[in-house]
Design a protein around this ligand. Structure first.
Ligand SMILES: Nc1nc2c(c(=O)[nH]1)N[C@H]1C(S)=C(S)[C@@H](COP(=O)(O)OP(=O)(O)OC[C@H]3O[C@@H](n4cnc5c(=O)[nH]c(N)nc54)[C@H](O)[C@@H]3O)O[C@H]1N2
Ligand SMILES: Nc1nc2c(c(=O)[nH]1)N[C@H]1C(S)=C(S)[C@@H](COP(=O)(O)OP(=O)(O)OC[C@H]3O[C@@H](n4cnc5c(=O)[nH]c(N)nc54)[C@H](O)[C@@H]3O)O[C@H]1N2
Ligand SMILES: [Mo]
Length: 755
């Protein structure tokens, strides 16, 4: 059989059906660095696929416990009748459909857009704002630079960096594992190649991270103590100030509030000068190295970049703000290859040269309900309806939620303190989940509707800065009775009398043609002549026309004001200071992280190398990385020896909130005092006798350990990147894994009619 074009968040590729219902995949012929993640494609036929609509038995019978109940398979008509009835009886504001998550690539079958479009036809729902990725920066940066995109999306290309930059100072590193991923996917992964060859092209690279492998070979590693980057940045800034290496002209004409920040650096009010020696005592790097780095930064063209991970911890505003202030002192913001950026090494599209343009998009309609939460407040909302909280200068109140609807995300992957999330998920009357797989979220739902994956349907797809638009051909038949999210919502809309509004009379194929044709017309208005849909579909892809490069910071440097109150970069923000939040003052500030004698190790729960979040965890690449079936945890040999832990041992990570098992990998790339357990191992909870009321995740999901606390009252962002833990060898036999098989399902074949 021949290869068909498709795309994924980890890149465009080719696929074809293989025996056993699975697929074969191969990289796109133009891709210089196809993603390893392609190897997880065989997850599509895994036994964890949801085969038929299923309803939690306890929900039908008025009892049971979400997350440990069995399910009853029902036919599609019954399932859709049940969901429609619940939607009919629930007030719209009491329906929470924030439904955060990455789902699959593809512009039409984007699960969250389909969900919101459908719910908007029946009166709307409570939603969520911002992301787990950059929820803190999305709120902070508009106060500092007017538009977050100018430091997160309009960054210099890697070619510009290679040509102009002498030194890249990368707080959080430039992690190769992250570069294969971009929402919607890329056809050519040039960033992966560019980062790998940076130092070879004469660019100096300072990787500031607790992990050596956050940078490519040739980089200089600065093993900073986690959560202390702000102290380091202040120590660098103080050195620039003390040695008169700062750009006064830029600071007075292009920034506001440097005087306040400089007073803080000198310790005029708190009596603590933020010298390199002061910083060294906190961040673990020698003071001489800090001073030398500051001088080096001032001696040439320097790019300061802060990875997104740094704002995904408590007080996550501070490293972003302090990094911006440091770059402002160098006075190179807006010069090619210099200044400040946020997210190189976090996502594959940052630094790519492809066009940044609007892609074909499914219109979602208008949500008549104005109620929303910042995305990471989901457990707080469910547990504390009516409670007030702060958010970006507003005082808001949690709505009372009776029905939770999730399509395209996995909160039992992405949220913190999963034992608390279990308590929160016990609250609503009904939880509906659309899922291809029996994820932990599906297992905590009442009504689980099986959906297709991209391979089982037709779509069009591309990512930000992608070079091509891909015609995503259908490669497999739907697994079991799986339906497209769109068809499920159509079934509901028919029952609720809004089918015409939902579909506008178009079939799925007509929607693809419609979205494409509208997009084509927009491009025609710009003078680009693109083929008709049929021609595009047959070709399998088209090259996207280039966009004129936009360098908003260069324009700012030339005198164009920013959309901030002062029109300048705000190193002190009167607005933020005016909110009076103790956990986010008016200028970059060192706010010491929590430490604890009981929990002496700092866990880094970063993005996984072997999958996208939880997606593909049952695929080959991810499965091959497991140790005794458990997720690998990396630990420095010194910390392992102190605990009698050997390579390959099953270990237990624990703190006040919960515990999980993992498989030990001893590794010198990890600083002493740090352990690394990537996110995304499917939550596999077992009642834990040692932790009354809590559970032990026998597989290795770090979110049983992370705290459900916001970054600050300003942004209420996700702080899940780190947690304080202890680690010990697991004594006795480790409990069996259960996540690789579906939950207990009753009724099965008699009740469900093959589609
Ligand atoms: N501790 C800690 N936690 C974190 C982070 C961290 O750094 N540390 N990072 C956070 C970040 S940055 C993010 S973005 C989040 C990611 O969190 P999520 O985006 O929720 O994670 P995914 O595993 O991608 O979940 C997507 C789900 O959608 C399902 N799916 C795929 N295609 C379809 C479809 O077509 N339709 C439907 N209905 N479902 C589909 C998949 O099976 C999967 O279960 O995690 C966050 N969580
Ligand atoms: N393979 C793969 N790639 C991905 C994803 C995935 O799931 N899999 N997810 C994508 C998504 S949704 C997002 S939002 C981005 C996220 O991009 P990031 O948030 O930047 O990625 P992480 O891997 O979580 O963190 C990057 C590195 O930051 C370092 N770090 C952690 N804490 C500290 C600290 O206190 N100080 C310093 N200096 N460094 C620290 C860690 O060592 C870690 O390896 O990644 C994207 N890329
Ligand atoms: Mo993310």
């Amino acid at each position: 059989m021949s290869w068909s074009p498709t795309t994924s968040h980890w890149g465009a590729h080719r696929a074809r059906a293989a025996t056993g219902g699975t697929v074969e995949v191969t990289g796109h012929p133009d891709d210089p660095a196809p993603a390893d993640l392609l190897r997880n494609a065989d997850a599509v036929a895994h036994p964890t696929r949801v085969r038929a609509p299923a309803v939690r038995r306890g929900w039908l019978e008025g009892g049971g416990v979400r997350g440990s109940d069995e399910f009853v398979e029902v036919g599609w008509d019954t399932a859709l009748d049940l969901v429609a009835e619940q939607l009919r009886r629930t007030p719209n504001e009491a329906v929470f459909a924030g439904s955060y998550g990455w789902a699959s690539a593809g512009r039409f079958h984007h699960a969250q857009s389909q969900l919101r479009r459908f719910l908007n036809t029946i009166g709307g729902c409570t939603t969520s704002r911002n992301t787990y990725s950059t929820g803190t920066s999305e709120v902070l940066l508009p106060h500092l630079v007017g538009d977050a995109d100018i430091v997160m999306r309009h960054c210099d290309t890697w070619d510009t960096v290679r040509e102009h930059t002498d030194l890249v100072v990368a707080f959080g590193g430039l992690s190769a594992k992250n570069l294969s991923v971009t929402p919607g996917g890329l056809t050519r992964h040039s960033s992966a190649v560019a980062v790998g060859s940076l130092t070879g092209s004469g660019v100096e690279l300072a990787v500031i991270s607790p992990l050596a492998d956050d940078g490519p070979p040739g980089a200089r590693w600065y093993p900073v103590t986690p959560a202390t980057d702000v102290a380091l940045m202040l120590g660098l800034a103080h050195t620039l100030l003390a040695e008169d290496l700062h750009d006064r002209e830029f600071l007075t004409t292009r920034c506001t509030g440097f005087d306040v920040f400089a007073e803080y650096l000198r310790g005029m009010r708190d009596g603590v000068a933020k010298t390199a020696d002061w910083a060294a005592g906190i961040c673990g790097l020698p003071a001489d190295d800090i001073r030398a780095l500051a001088r080096r930064m001032a001696a040439g063209r320097t790019l300061v970049t802060v990875s997104w991970s740094l704002q995904r911890i408590r007080h996550g505003e501070q490293p972003v703000w302090a990094g911006l202030a440091l770059a402002a002192m160098l006075g190179q913001i807006g010069l090619p290859g210099g200044g400040f950026a946020h997210g190189y090494g976090s996502m594959g599209d940052i630094g790519e040269a492809g066009p940044l343009r609007q892609l074909p998009t499914l219109p979602q309609g208008r949500n008549p309900v104005s109620s929303f939460i910042p995305v990471a407040k989901v457990a707080d909302m469910l547990l504390h309806p009516g409670q007030e909280y702060d958010y970006d200068g507003q005082r808001r109140t949690f709505p009372e939620i009776r029905l939770v609807y999730w399509a395209g995300g996995n909160p039992f992957h992405h949220h913190q303190d999963l034992n608390r999330l279990r308590r929160a998920f016990a609250v609503p009357e009904t939880i509906v989940v659309h899922e291809p797989h029996w994820t932990a979220t599906a297992r905590h739902a009442d009504i689980v509707l099986p959906v297709t994956t991209t391979l089982e349907r037709e779509d069009i797809g591309a990512g930000r800065r992608d070079t091509h638009l891909t015609a995503m051909h259908r490669i497999l038949d739907p697994v079991g009775q799986a339906r497209d999210d769109h068809d499920i919502f159509l079934g509901l809309a028919e029952r609720l009398g809004t089918a015409e509004e939902f579909t506008e009379g178009r079939s799925k194929r007509q929607w693809l043609e419609h979205l494409y044709s509208r997009w084509r017309a927009d491009l025609a208005a710009e003078g680009h002549d693109l083929p008709e849909f049929a021609e595009f579909w047959a070709a399998g892809q088209l090259r996207m026309p280039a966009t004129p490069p936009r360098r908003p910071l260069a324009a700012f440097r030339r005198g164009e004001p920013l959309a901030t109150p002062s029109g300048r970069i705000e190193l002190f923000s009167e607005t933020i200071a005016g909110f009076g939040y103790p956990d986010c003052p008016g200028h970059p500030t060192w706010l010491a992280p929590e430490i604890s004698d009981r929990w002496p190790l700092r866990l880094i729960a970063h993005q996984p190398r072997t999958r996208l979040h939880s997606q593909g965890d049952v695929g080959s690449l991810s499965q091959e990385s497991k140790v005794e079936g458990r997720e690998p945890v990396r630990i420095n040999p010194r910390d392992a020896a102190e605990r009698g832990i050997a390579e390959g041992d099953v270990v237990r990570l624990f703190n006040d909130r919960g515990a999980c098992l993992a498989g030990a990998r001893l590794c010198d790339d990890v600083s002493p005092g740090v352990v690394v357990l990537a996110t995304g191992a499917w939550f596999d909870p077992l009642e834990d006798p040692a932790q009354p009321g809590g559970t032990l995740c026998v597989h290795g999901n770090p979110n049983v350990l992370t705290a459900d606390v916001p970054t600050s009252s300003l942004s209420q962002g996700c702080s899940g990147q780190q947690a304080l833990v202890q680690v010990e060898r697991q004594h006795g036999e480790a409990p069996p894994l259960r996540y690789l098989a579906p939950p207990r399902i009753l009724g099965g074949d008699e009740q469900s009619v093959e589609a």
